[in-house]
Design a protein around this ligand. Structure first.
Ligand code: ZN
Length: 181
């Protein structure tokens, strides 16, 4: 397993819809391991393959002490209830904005061994599943904010130290770019 640099807002890979997984092979199991380890190191509640630069429909989560992953997920809301709560993203480090999500969801898909699996969750787990599934469609949580909140969020993000960088390694200090002479 290895900790892998996380792609940041502005990297085109975060905007490309990811492709379904076809081969449930050793490479997929390595991807799940890398996602899991990088998510732990970064202290995130979830991580999707495009955030590591891999355009496949795979994500992991770590919520309430439970770690999981889902391949080729199909997510549906359960009921009509929604919840607005602070949300963040490892590809937009250092920011949290209130975001409205379905309160309950059910998701089906496959595990890394190609076995059908499902997950049903509420609150933070439901939020993580929706957030990570969005990543597979090239959608970031700031896209879910209403127009005013989104404009304010993007203006704040533009001032971030990492803005304009393509990636960061969660366990290492930020790279200081030498200015050209
Ligand atoms: Zn995210």
């Amino acid at each position: 397993m290895s900790v892998t640099p996380i792609r940041l807002l502005g990297d085109p890979v975060l905007r490309n819809p990811a492709a379904p997984v076809v081969d449930f092979d050793a490479e997929l199991r390595q991807l799940v391991a890398d996602l899991t380890e990088t998510m732990f190191e970064a202290g995130g509640a979830g991580l999707a393959a495009p955030q590591l630069g891999v355009g496949l429909r795979v994500f992991t989560w770590f919520v309430d002490g439970e770690v999981g992953h889902l391949v080729n997920p199909d997510v549906s809301p359960v009921g009509e209830e929604t919840e607005e709560a602070p949300e963040g993203c490892l590809s937009i480090p250092g920011f949290r904005f209130d975001c409205r999500r379905h309160l309950h969801v059910v998701a089906s898909g496959w595990n890394m061994h190609g076995e059908p699996v499902g997950v049903e969750g509420s609150h933070l787990l439901a939020r993580a599943v929706q957030h990570e599934t969005d990543h597979l469609d090239g959608v970031l949580f700031v896209d879910r904010l209403d127009a005013d909140a989104r404009a304010a969020a993007l203006a704040a993000i533009e001032q971030a130290e990492w803005a304009g960088m393509a990636e960061y390694l969660p366990v290492l200090p930020p790279v200081v770019k030498a200015s050209p002479h």
